[in-house]
Design a protein around this ligand. Sequence first.
Ligand SMILES: C[S@@+](CC[C@H](N)C(=O)[O-])C[C@H]1O[C@@H](n2cnc3c(N)ncnc32)[C@H](O)[C@@H]1O
Length: 276
Amino acid sequence: MTLEINTIHRGNSTELLGKVEDESVDLIVCDGPYGVTRNTWDRIESIQHFNLDLIKIFSTKLKDGGALYLFGKSDCIDFIDYRPYLNLQSRIVWYQPSRLAQGRLNYTNNYDIICYFIKGSRTRCYNLDDIRVTQLVELEHRLRCERVPSVTNGKFGKTRFNDKGKNPGDVWGDIKQLTYKSRELVCREALNTIQKPEKLIERIVLASSSPGDLVLDPFTGVGTCPVICKRYGRRFIGFERDETLIEAAERRLNAIRGNERITANSAASTLLTKVG
Ligand SMILES: C[S@@+](CC[C@H](N)C(=O)[O-])C[C@H]1O[C@@H](n2cnc3c(N)ncnc32)[C@H](O)[C@@H]1O
């Protein structure tokens, strides 16, 4: 049986994954359990083994050169051997300096990691120009640097600063967590443990897929990844077991017409009425 495209399927993703055609997926955005909260869906005995099982099955579903972004805490792939299945390219640190909870016995955790894997040795795509970020220095200063003899004559003599910006690197501190005040927040219940910022998913989808590509989101939540896929012309398959979250995601998707850019406000008000 083939799964319908551009649809969020209700059910257990470990079962639904079996229905995804082998070697059909260009990109997987896996924002599933972290194994750290009290949510029923997040109670996982060993997050590392849970992730290894996912990595094994994802490796069969990805096309050669396809990418997987796996979200988690800093230890989420420790002491497991994923190397026979996928190649780890980066452990991206999503730095969130605004965490309110302050540790008393240890350093406060201020980041999540996003493990970026590819299948095989060569990525299908890495669209750097679509994800460049502003240079830290102003244009005038950059130009001055380009004329400094040590730069002109040295190892980086051919380096030119790109006016479109620079590679975002592997520490992403420029994308803020959602707060109660975020316009895109679907409902308060989705804050912290569920909904991710659109900007975060946007960077991943733009970098590692092209228009028309198939993106798999096995833990869809309130649909941030499908929303970005629809906005940027990617096809998607989503899995989620919570019907209320699927309904919220569908409202967000329905609010996007053509290339129109939207926020989740319309979806938010409807879900709030339902939840509240
Ligand atoms: C961190 S949230 C994903 C949030 C999503 N990225 C967003 O921005 O809305 C993880 C989601 O996975 C769902 N989930 C967890 N285990 C699942 C499973 N075995 N099958 C289907 N969905 C599951 C949870 O209900 C939760 O909504």
